[in-house]
Design a protein around this ligand. Structure first.
Ligand SMILES: [Fe+2]
Length: 186
């Protein structure tokens, strides 16, 4: 058999092999690599983690400056929750192969910290500002729940986000309650 004929046979065989491979692939149900995180997930977790770390730090600064007893321990609960969320989010981020990189822009960070630590601004004013930014607990956690809803293939992260969202709802509810107490409608 000529070299040319052999080469032709080889091409045909390679072609058949390739078709078989494709056929096999299409017959197999799509398997998702469980270690491969959903699109945008690592960035979301990392950004969320950075926000929670700022939440912890700014709650701490507010507690230092706080002169209203009924607020202080509620803020301590908030501070612990935020710190715990930051730890849990970082842990999950690392499990999924990511690493904590996101940073809150320095200007935003400094503004949040200065606001929280301010002794010129009253606690009632701080509560009012917070309560105005987050009026409705359900609305406040909606973006977290919407993201979690997309993670059916990653129930571990999905339920981490859902349970964190419940904590955030509790924080917003506490702030609304404190606002009603410290800033009663006249
Ligand atoms: Fe938070």
């Amino acid at each position: 058999m000529s070299e040319e004929a052999l080469a032709r046979i080889e091409t045909v065989l390679t072609d058949i092999q390739e078709r078989l491979r494709r056929l096999e692939e299409s017959a197999r149900p799509a398997e998702r690599d469980p270690r491969k995180p959903a699109k945008g997930l690592l960035g979301f977790l990392d950004q969320f983690r950075a926000g929670e770390a700022l939440g912890e730090a700014s709650a701490g600064a507010w507690i230092e400056a706080c002169r209203v007893d009924c607020l202080k321990d509620g803020l301590r609960t908030v501070q612990m929750r935020e710190g715990m969320h930051a730890v849990l989010l970082e842990q999950r981020l690392k499990e999924l192969g990511g690493s904590p990189r996101a940073e809150i822009p320095a200007a935003d960070f400094e503004r949040a910290m200065a606001d929280a630590a301010s002794r010129e601004k009253s606690d009632a004013q701080k509560v009012k500002e917070f309560a105005t930014r987050f009026r409705d607990p359900d609305e406040a956690i909606r973006p977290i729940l919407e993201f979690a809803d997309r993670l059916d293939e990653d129930p571990e992260t999905q339920f981490l986000l859902r349970t964190i969202a419940q904590d955030e709802r509790a924080t917003v509810a506490f702030i609304q309650e404190a606002n009603a107490l410290l800033n009663p409608p006249s």
